[in-house]
Ligand binder design. Structure first.
Ligand SMILES: [Fe+2]
Length: 288
């Protein structure tokens, strides 16, 4: 009963607060690796994932404007994508949707596609370019967002976009050449001297490198916040997890992205406001 009251309070209070706010069509919230378990009390690697995601949603609701969209680049579920994980995940993100911030989700290696669609029925019935993938193109005022689905097999660490999805991506990019394109995927492409989680990075870059409208690849998986520029001029943004990190001192949190015509500003928002990297900002200029 106490839990129910608390949850209702949480859901209602920000709604009243946010009702007066405007949507900023250039403000996007980038989240990854929420690892939400059905049991909200569950801890992993010294972290209560529910606490972390609630901190992030509170921070998002406290921003001066509403985000035009909230992305989660996979590993939504705790470990093997239980239906109950997705129910809790949907409840925790509920206040964002209720306050007018649309959610855009894709999957990671700790997700289960069928159970994700079972629990989030709107995602199952949503129009998708590929029936068997949680992929999408989301046009917006200044950029086109592309969400890829690199889940190959639940609890199998690497991932793959696959030829069919790459064909769709190439065609969709060719049909939309004028606007900058930002590509999101769960697995890291492994271009920084380490073996990446993505098995078909070469094939992905064969598609995106020559298509100059692609300005950035945004991913999670490593639970390790990094921003680099690839030699093609494509920005590589490794999002922090909202959940646990694998190395002490690394940040958990989300990224506030503000898009302009020829660049994007990003700000790291840490779960721990005292973290040394909290508020770190970068400006990423678009390649020409
Ligand atoms: Fe993860």
């Amino acid at each position: 009963m106490r839990t129910l009251t608390a949850a209702a309070g949480l859901a209602l209070a920000p709604r009243l607060f946010a009702a007066e706010k405007q949507t900023d069509n250039d403000f996007w919230a980038l989240l990854s690796d929420t690892h939400i378990a059905a049991d909200r009390k569950r801890f992993a690697h010294g972290c209560n994932m529910t606490d972390h995601l609630e901190t992030v949603t509170r921070d998002l609701l406290a921003q001066p404007t509403l985000a035009a969209g909230v992305f989660v680049t996979g590993d939504c579920a705790y470990d093997d994508g239980e239906t109950g994980d997705y129910a809790t995940f949907a409840n925790l993100l509920g206040p964002l949707g209720a306050n007018g911030m649309p959610l855009h989700l894709t999957l990671g290696n700790h997700d289960n596609r069928e159970r994700f669609w079972d629990a989030l029925t709107a995602e199952r019935t949503a129009k998708r370019p590929l029936e068997d993938k949680q992929a999408m193109m989301l046009p917006s005022r200044r950029v086109n967002w592309f969400m890829l689905d690199s889940l190959e097999r639940t609890r199998y660490t690497p991932g793959m976009v696959g030829p069919e999805q790459l064909d769709w991506l190439a065609g969709a990019l060719d049909a939309n050449p004028a606007k900058p394109a930002l590509v999101m995927v769960h697995h890291d492409p492994g271009l920084l001297g380490k073996v990446g989680g993505l098995r078909d990075t070469k094939a992905l870059f064969k598609v995106i490198r020559p298509r100059k409208q692609v300005k950035a690849v945004i991913y999670g998986h490593t639970h390790d916040w990094h921003v680099h520029e690839h030699d093609s001029g494509i920005h590589l943004i490794n999002l922090p997890p909202t959940a646990y990190v694998f190395e002490d001192g690394k940040p958990s949190g989300w990224v506030r992205a503000t898009v302009e015509d020829d660049r994007m500003h990003i700000e790291l928002r840490c779960v721990d406001p005292k973290h040394r990297l909290n508020g770190e900002t970068r400006t990423l200029n678009w390649r020409v």
